[in-house]
Design a protein around this ligand. Structure first.
Ligand code: NAP
Length: 254
């Protein structure tokens, strides 16, 4: 039986779930690629490579030189550069690509969302009056909040930001989801939060903060998804596994 050599572009819950699901499946020779932004990524089975490829061109070279048959883009919904690179590289290398594109969150009755484009927009939307902000947009893009120093920030991220990147009035929580509604409610109440700022990442792992904001009637500043180039895509890992089955069968029969 011919093995299909698969590259998973990771950095998301879906990438981790896919790597776990394929571990031990003799039909696939799987490599998971991580950008290397977190110093202690979740432990996953199988072959893992870390660090950038050098743009679309570098990725295309890797796909060709290492004879990958298939590529699955399972990067985070806001990793728009890598997503575009993956599409271009797969085209150049002439191999099939599938993107896992988790649906965005949409507001339901009782939600009070203010949608903005880009992180800069969130700091503007917070306004001049001092607020108590629950901030979950990640540790890499704190500059707008450092400038908007009138606010208090309860900042939660997977890894601690560099101390000199932090806003002045800040309390830091280092934690990785999934988070539960009862804990999110307790956190927002304990810190007297009056507004939540988040990216529209979608998915279940971090949705409870939005339910908590709804329950407490708090506004949410929601960063819209970046626009992405078209690619064959599915929404969940199960559908990606079906796509792999189809491509493995067709690769074996050629
Ligand atoms: P990005 O802006 O789309 O990508 C910037 C560069 O990082 C890419 O051009 C690539 O470098 C490298 N890169 C990104 N993902 C990679 C991967 N899986 N394997 C190897 N290199 C990768 O991405 P980002 O928003 O900085 O996100 C970086 C990583 O963190 C991604 O893996 C993403 O899934 C994860 N993540 C991002 C967010 C977010 O909000 N952006 C949230 C959670 C997790 P080269 O051009 O040199 O190849």
């Amino acid at each position: 039986m011919k093995q299909s050599k698969l590259l998973i572009l990771g950095g998301s819950g879906e990438a981790a779930a896919l790597a776990r699901a394929l571990h031990g499946d003799a039909r696939y020779d799987v490599t998971l690629s991580l950008a290397g932004r977190t110093s202690e990524p979740v432990k996953l089975p199988g072959t893992i490579r870390t660090g950038g490829f050098g743009g679309a061109e570098g990725l295309a070279r890797t796909l060709r030189d290492e004879k990958f048959d298939l590529v699955i883009d399972a990067t985070h919904p806001f990793a728009d550069q890598m997503k575009a690179n993956a599409i271009e590289a797969a085209r150049v290398a002439g191999i099939p690509l599938l993107a896992i594109r988790r649906p965005a969150w949409t507001p339901v009755e009782g939600d009070n969302w203010i949608a903005v484009d880009g992180i800069e927009g969130t700091a503007v939307a917070l306004g001049e009056t001092a607020r108590r902000v629950f901030l979950t947009t990640g540790r890499d893009e704190l500059r707008p909040f450092v400038k908007a120093s009138q606010h208090f920030y309860l900042l939660r991220s997977v890894e601690a930001p560099a101390p000199d990147a932090l806003p002045v009035h800040v309390e830091l929580i280092v934690a990785r989801g999934p988070f539960r509604l009862e804990d999110e409610l307790a956190l927002l109440k304990q810190h007297a939060i009056d507004i939540v700022v988040t990216k529209n990442s979608g998915g279940e792992a971090t949705y409870a903060k939005l339910e908590a904001a709804r329950t407490l009637r708090l506004p949410v500043i929601m960063v819209r998804r970046p626009s992405l180039p078209d690619a064959p895509s599915v929404e969940i890992v199960g559908e990606a596994l079906q796509w792999l089955e189809r491509h493995h069968v067709s690769a074996s029969s050629t």
